[in-house]
Design a protein around this ligand. Structure first.
Ligand code: ATP
Length: 405
């Protein structure tokens, strides 16, 4: 039997406010005179959502801003009531869905630990046994007897996460709040979640904009679009579709508002991507050697021109940059039109979508005189990937040699 059942879940909110005081007064009059009142427009934050989750599943919920992710989690955590439909949860839930959720600001950190344990029906003796571990993980030893209202948002999240993950609830629900903590703590939370998932077999639901994290942790992903589930599948299929939607948005943004920053010294006229056979393409094979051909118009003499090609992910994580090392370096460029080719030899990027950036500067320690990101998107295809490489994760394949010593 499923541990979570969501059947025809719909949540409506009223859109905006009544337009004016006059409208509010008129509505009051309409009510006493039994005339129909002018209601605010309704909009569906969740629209007939259906899914079941089995015990031990690790489900990521992804989608663009406003897609309905947090609203869905609030219903699973029983913090919100559906307009229509039903949510059945068969087990205890440790929700970590808002900074300060489940934490009483008037109480100290220590008192909050006891309170949360009591709410989950955990005997005081058991909580006492866990106390040191919770405090230790939260890194709040010094402040554990301070009221939570004096904590920063990051400290509150640290306490909330430590409590939520230590109380042995059947289902852990984690929203984006972790992003509030510092990076080292985020890493620690990620490791703990991975442990809970892989070793303890907990049922976990995670909302995150960090799709790589979702891909790594989850075995199933729900992609929400405008309050509806558009994909419910294995994480790779759903995340790929989300990347595709995201890419389209990024590309729309580029065409509408180019991410290029220009000066009056140089302009990029052409930027094209070719496979090994010299065909202009967006798709290349794993470990092939594609080329970038670019054409620039130099308007003013540039003393020490350096061209820089960079690769970034579609969510703008920079993974590599390389400066030009041909004779153009250290040679002034006079006004005119120039064309160059940069070949990326045996590119070890793992299959997936990537983007290119290009910049020009005047040598070391100067600012860019041209800078453009997201200039071109390409896909590395997995066709040629060998068995040993298919176990690789991340962005690059690494050549390894293993032996017992
Ligand atoms: N209490 C509320 N009253 C009115 N509208 C609300 C309320 N809570 C959420 N909404 C609206 O419902 C929609 C879904 O919101 P929700 O917070 O679930 O989105 P989300 O996918 O979590 O977004 P994000 O990624 O930005 O956190 C949004 O349009 C939001 O403005």
């Amino acid at each position: 039997m499923a541990i979570i059942e969501v059947n025809h879940l719909t949540k409506e909110y009223q859109l905006g406010h009544l337009t004016s005081l006059k409208e509010t007064a008129l509505n009051a009059l309409r009510r006493v005179t039994f005339q129909p009142v002018h209601e605010r427009e309704l909009f569906k934050a969740l629209d007939d959502v259906n899914f079941h989750i089995d015990e031990g599943e690790v489900v990521g919920i992804i989608g663009h801003n406003g897609a309905g992710k947090s609203t869905l989690l609030k219903h699973l955590a029983n913090i919100s009531t559906p307009t229509k439909g039903k949510v059945i949860v068969r087990g205890s839930v440790a929700p970590l869905i808002e900074v300060g959720a489940g934490v009483n600001p008037e109480l100290t950190g220590r008192e909050n630990i006891y309170l949360n344990g009591a709410i989950l029906g955990i005997p005081k003796k058991v909580i006492q046994q866990k106390l040191d571990e919770i405090i230790d993980f939260s890194e709040l030893e010094q402040f554990i007897d301070t009221p939570v209202k004096r904590y920063s948002s990051g400290m509150t999240v640290k306490l909330g996460f430590s409590i939520a993950t230590s109380m042995e609830a059947d289902i852990l629900i984690v929203d984006e709040v972790l992003a509030v903590g510092d990076l080292a703590f985020q890493r620690k939370c990620f490791d703990r979640m991975e442990y809970m998932i892989k070793r303890q077999g907990k049922t976990v639901l995670i909302v995150s904009h960090n799709i790589r994290q979702i891909e790594r942790l989850c075995n199933r992903v729900l992609l929400l679009n405008n309050g509806k589930i558009s994909i419910d599948s294995d994480s790779k299929t759903a995340c790929d579709e989300f990347y595709r939607q995201n890419d389209n948005r990024i590309l729309e943004n580029i065409t509408n508002s180019s991410r290029a920053q220009k000066t009056d010294e140089i302009d990029l006229l052409e930027f094209k991507f070719y496979n090994e056979k010299g065909e202009e393409t967006e798709k290349i094979e794993y470990l092939s050697s594609p080329s970038i051909n670019f054409k620039v118009a130099v308007h003013k003499k540039i003393e020490l021109p350096v061209f820089i090609i960079g690769i970034h992910t579609t969510d703008l994580l920079y993974i590599a940059t390389q400066k030009s090392d041909i004779e153009i370096k250290n040679q002034p460029l006079l006004p005119g039109i120039y064309q160059y080719r940069c070949q990326l030899l045996n590119l070890q990027l793992l299959p997936g979508p990537y983007c290119l950036r290009f910049s020009v500067d005047r040598g070391q320690f100067t600012t860019n005189i041209y800078y453009g990101e997201n200039l071109l998107r390409f896909n590395v295809l997995s066709k040629e990937i060998s068995n040993s490489d298919s176990s690789a994760e991340g962005f690059f394949s690494i050549n390894t040699k293993w032996e017992q010593i």
